[in-house]
Design a protein around this ligand. Structure first.
Ligand code: AMP
Length: 591
């Protein structure tokens, strides 16, 4: 496929805000793509080079793209930079500079999608001494042979700022429409995606072998599985009722979720966002090799610093900070990292996802029976709400976050939030019993004492899975440190836009819109009904439209942005509505 054809579609995608229209445009593109090419189009549209677990980074900063534009167009670096300051988007600057280029076009022939993608892979692979010049040359050659519209996306792609507003769910629907003409195979494609975490591979498999080939895709070692997620309920009674009267109850550790993949002597670790974090945890690697004897295995757990003698836990964020301040070795000795394992997904060349929890758990306990650093989570099985409650209290006393209850008969449900796992967390008096994770979709300019930061707060949204849209739920104006305000302004300035991005549903107008990309954690007093927010918005009998909003929201945590969550992993509209229902039951007054 010609790159110009893909660029035409990207321009159309940027211009529409209807999700159905987006799916239509994408479907047309996918239909026309060939084998070996469709995965490249999928990765490009996702704004990545490869799936997250491959850890392929472009290694390209704005200054480098500016230099490449200058080389290709004959403008000076200063001129390019001055234009960028005006547009706020290097893509638009590249387009304008290409249009008014002082040099003759080097367009010998038009680029194909593969030409551009393969060159980007080369850009990413160029490292070491002289790599900056190497990257500039590769990018400059691409700019020189591009049309102005192509130049726009060649600049944006390696900076991770495509601005298409296309999420994974939209790509999955387009793939379904490509193969069956409708949404019919979407859930099957999603299941395949959940076990390999590689949308490019799903697309290639579909094109090559159709729906049958998708059905036969299986879990494999070194390809991370999208993690199962938990629902929440406020009381022990309600939890046991949902679990048909009996459940396993595990301690909930506030650590770092790790998926461990081992084959022979090779071990790789993946984060909750499916990034390869193997290099971050040499101690967990060593412990896996020493304590887990099975040839091939995939299991999952929570890594946390823990002192066995004193039974002291250290929340992971603090562990990381202390590591920075006091040196790793010293701390590691005092509070060594442990991995509290809670699930088993693959063993003995067999996919265990469909086995019931009780069987997966029994096998995991057998495997880890002699473990010292890798041990199963503390657990009971109970029918009694009283026993569940006292186990919860015990967990809190030990300094843990709460508990996780698990349905004994349920399979491992990859990539989804289901009632087969239900969490119960420490509740703060008069406050919501849990924090919420919001996607930043806009921000406000500072007034008064905030004016100097050019930052006066965020507009936060939750994710509506059904609509695949981001719906606003709150303005967040407090909880920020001065450092955080400066950093947020700098970061958001790069993805701001004058018009509302696709997939954002809002009534409130921020000073700047931001492409949904960053997630922050917020604590609030309660959830109220609100006419100004679009979260769960419904028409009332009197004709007015009312949604849900957070009351007195404030940012929590030292690091503003949650690096471990993508926008689609933020709190969902459904969860907010459930939390609203739950707070009424536990007696929080409606204002
Ligand atoms: P939350 O992030 O509050 O939605 O809670 C879900 C997270 O709790 C998971 O992603 C895990 O990282 C973590 N977790 C801690 N202990 C457990 C456990 N025993 N079982 C499952 N997840 C756990």
């Amino acid at each position: 496929m010609q790159f110009s054809k893909l660029v035409d579609s990207y321009e159309k995608l940027e211009a529409v805000s209807s999700r159905l229209k987006m799916i239509e445009i994408l479907t047309e593109v996918l239909k026309e793509s060939g084998k070996g090419e469709i995965s490249k189009i999928v990765y490009m549209t996702q704004g990545t080079l490869l799936p997250a677990f491959e850890g392929a980074e472009f290694g390209v900063a704005e200054k480098l793209v500016e230099e490449a534009i200058a080389v290709a167009t004959g403008f000076t670096k200063e001129q390019v930079d001055a234009d960028f300051k005006k547009t706020g988007d290097l893509g638009l600057t590249a387009q304008r500079m290409r249009e008014n280029s002082k040099l003759k076009s080097m367009r010998a022939r038009s680029n194909t999608v593969s030409d551009v993608y393969d060159t980007m892979r080369k850009v990413a692979a160029t490292s070491g001494q002289g790599s900056k010049e190497g990257k500039i040359t590769l990018l400059a050659n691409m700019f020189a042979s591009a049309t102005p519209a192509e130049a726009k996306y060649i600049a944006r792609y390696p900076l991770g700022q495509l601005r298409l507003g296309v999420g994974d769910a939209t790509i999955l629907e387009a793939l379904s429409a490509m193969s069956t003409g409708n949404r019919e195979s979407k859930s099957m494609l999603e299941e395949a995606y959940n076990i390999c975490s590689d949308l490019g591979e799903v697309a290639e498999t579909l094109l090559e072998g159709g729906v049958e080939a998708i059905k036969s895709m299986r879990v494999s070692v070194f390809k991370p599985i999208r993690p199962a997620l938990a629902e929440r309920l406020p009381t022990a009674e309600q939890i046991l009722e949902r679990m048909n009267g009996m459940a396993a109850v595990e301690h909930k550790y506030d650590g770092f979720r790790l998926q461990v993949h081992k084959s022979g002597k090779k071990v790789r670790l993946f984060s909750r966002r499916l990034e390869d974090v193997t290099d971050m945890f040499p101690d967990i690697i060593a412990a896996t090799l020493a304590e887990v004897k099975d040839e091939k295995i995939i299991f999952e757990g929570e890594a946390i610093a823990y002192n066995e003698a004193t039974k002291e836990f250290l929340p992971f964020q603090e562990t990381i900070q202390r590591k920075r301040k006091h040196g790793i070795a010293e701390k590691a000795e005092e509070l060594p990292l442990h991995l509290f394992a809670f699930d088993l997904m693959y063993l003995g060349n067999k996919d265990w996802l469909k086995e019931p929890y009780k069987k997966r758990r029994a096998e995991l306990e057998k495997i880890l029976s002699k473990g010292k650093r890798i041990i199963p989570t503390t657990k009971i099985i109970t029918k009694s709400p009283k026993e569940l409650e006292s186990f919860f209290e015990e967990a809190i006393e030990e300094g843990l976050e709460g508990i996780m209850t698990k349905d004994l008969e349920a399979p491992y449900i990859a990539g989804a939030r289901k009632f087969s796992w239900i969490k119960l967390k420490r509740s703060y008096k008069g406050e919501l019993s849990d924090t919420v994770d919001l996607v930043i979709i806009g921000y406000f300019l500072g007034k008064g004492s905030r004016a100097e930061f050019k930052f006066g707060g965020l507009l936060g949204a939750v994710y509506n899975e059904k609509r695949d849209m981001f719906e606003t739920v709150s303005r967040i104006g407090s909880g920020f440190t001065e450092v955080q305000m400066t950093e947020l302004e700098k970061l958001l300035g790069k993805t701001k836009t004058k018009t509302k991005p696709a997939r954002v549903d809002a009534v409130v107008e921020p000073d700047f819109w931001v492409y949904p990309k960053y997630v922050v954690t917020v604590m609030a007093d309660e959830i109220t009904k609100s006419p100004t927010h679009t979260c769960g918005r419904e028409k009332q009998k009197d004709g007015t439209e009312v949604g849900y909003a957070l009351r007195f929201p404030r940012l929590v945590g030292d690091t503003a942005i949650r690096q471990d969550k993508s926008p689609e992993e933020a709190t969902t509209t459904k969860e907010i509505i459930e939390m609203y229902g739950q707070q009424k039951k536990v007696g929080v007054k409606e204002s």
